[in-house]
Design a protein around this ligand. Sequence first.
Ligand code: FMN
Length: 376
Amino acid sequence: MGLGFVEYPKHVIARVTMQSNCVRTSLTDLLGLEYPIIQAPMAGVSTPQLAAAVSNAGGLGSVALGALTPEAAARALEDTRALTSGPIAANLFVHEPPRVDAELAKAFLAEIAPKFESLGERVPQSVTEIYRSFNDSDEMLDVLLALRPAAVSLHFGAASKRHTRALKQAGILILATATSVAEALALEQTGADCLVMQNYGAGGHSGAFLGPPDEATKGRAGLQKLIGDTAAVVSVPVVAAGGLMTGMDVADAMSVGAAGAQMGTAFIGCPETRASERYRELLASGTPTRLTSKISGRPARALVNELLLWVEDLAAIAPDYPLCYDAVKQLVAATKRDDFSVMWAGEGASRSRFLPARELMDCLVAELNEVGARQR
Ligand SMILES: Cc1cc2nc3c(=O)[nH]c(=O)nc-3n(C[C@H](O)[C@H](O)[C@H](O)COP(=O)(O)O)c2cc1C
């Protein structure tokens, strides 16, 4: 079930050129890609194999480093580099440090304690900042400067001035996620080379950093408005993200000014990911998705599974990200049940295709080119 074929309006045809099988846009020019498709970084789900397959197929593969130590991040980048010589993006989180509110954490832990006790497991006495912001890690910056991915993509805000300067001096491009025109303008000001505009229906964490994610950006119409409004006021390439599952969806976003698409959920079903069988089953069965802050402490969209229904019933206020995530992750690990685990996914989940990444890329490109052929 696609969104139907679209015609590129005149102003976009000027910027989009179909060359034989390649699709040229300001995004492909910036990164040296054959196709304007970015495989979204997906911490815990994407792998070096996935990123390499996408890069080898002419797109931009992303390696999710946000949840890794600098040592593990270096290994992930080296593993990817061993499988492709194409451009890759290294993804990091730039969240504000959490407010450490002992009372809040205590109340949250007290409410989830019975679940640990029923499993015969030790109840955690405290929660920690399991993910360090890239802005606070010179070690992570050193890894990037040593291994030089083509791009760094950032979630939850902007890189610090010092980190931005160092990345730019090393010739590493900066892709940054925004969820509103105000966020896009703020990121452009900090030196972002490309803006990933993520809508309300996107899978995983919302990158919103200047307020809550805006429900009005949900769905195809919401994403189109977000793209159109942003492309009208910024001068860097704008990439669409959220609910895009087919080449027709990508073309649709490009018809309103996107220079390409970043797709996460579309790639979860690939055999190259770490998604469990149960995760794949829920994608295939058309399970709906919902946005909740109760899993990690920040709004994020997940499949409605046993874990999501359970956390939504909690009365306690979630501690700040990633403290809440630490508590929930510990519980998930103790529970050891497939359905009681974090399954991020976007509103296009029910349209998942379960293909090897190379085949999925070929499909996306064929669909995108078919739209181009109709317009010629
Ligand atoms: C399973 C999953 C994990 C994600 N993890 C990350 C991440 O580590 N870093 C990041 O910048 N974005 C992450 N995202 C968000 C994506 O970058 C992107 O915005 C989103 O996938 C787009 O929506 P879609 O899933 O509907 O295609 C994740 C998304 C999913 C589905």
